[in-house]
Design a protein around this ligand. Structure first.
Ligand code: ZN
Length: 220
């Protein structure tokens, strides 16, 4: 059941507060948009979603349905419960920020995901810590090359209406940015123009997908 729907305007940020058991569906309306995502414990903003700890927990480069994202304290905070996209996402790349665009040659302010995080959270009346960990880059297409060293940055491979759904495992804030990147070709469909995306908060609990425990070596 959908309880609310929010448009993330192209190049801007939005955030939602979820109760444990609620989910947020991220819809790639036009099929071409990368959406960066961060999450925080609603009662302790120093505890935030952590890509490094998540890769340890799942032993995956990128999440698949059933994987949980864990926090800097290694507690599950979000679980990927549905993914209608080709499943290509990224946990490696730093969110774009003001300096990134300076390094790309911009001489004037360029909208960026790092500032959009604050735009979304401040709209809820919440000020997150200044330092934030790596984002989960939804629909972003970063390919590990066959030599296992090089990465290749490619346009997203999603289709219009593709979505992923993330279930909250604790009361939390989740911020999103419809990435304003229009210099490096990461948005799909050729022209690299940032587009709107949509968030839907759902009360559906997805009971068939439990929270898995962490990976541990087989000999333990
Ligand atoms: Zn960005």
């Amino acid at each position: 059941m959908t309880t609310s729907s929010t448009i993330i305007p192209a190049g801007h940020g939005k955030a939602v507060r979820l109760r444990a058991g609620q989910s947020v569906q991220v819809i790639n309306t036009y099929g071409t948009q990368v959406v960066d995502c961060w999450a925080w414990n609603a009662y302790d903003l120093d505890e935030c979603m952590c890509m490094e700890a998540t890769r340890v927990y799942n032993q995956h480069l990128n999440p698949v349905v059933g994987d949980s994202f864990v926090t800097s304290e290694r507690h599950p905070i979000l679980t990927l419960v549905e993914d209608t996209s080709p499943g290509v996402h990224d946990t490696f790349m730093a969110a774009c920020d003001r300096r990134r665009y300076e390094l790309l040659g911009c001489t004037h302010y360029h909208r960026n995901c790092a500032d959009n995080l604050f735009e979304g959270m401040l709209e809820l009346g919440v000020t997150p810590p200044r330092r934030n960990l790596a984002s989960f880059n939804i629909f972003m297409n970063i390919r590990v090359q066959p030599d296992n060293i090089h990465l290749q940055t490619l346009p997203t491979v999603t289709r219009p209406g593709d979505s992923i759904t993330l279930r909250a495992e604790m009361d939390c804030f989740v911020a999103f940015s419809a990435c304003p990147q229009d210099i490096v070709s990461i948005q799909g469909a050729g022209d690299n123009t940032p587009k709107d995306a949509e968030l839907r908060v759902l009360d559906t609990p997805f009971p068939d997908i439990p929270v898995r425990g962490p990976w541990v070596p087989a000999h333990l």
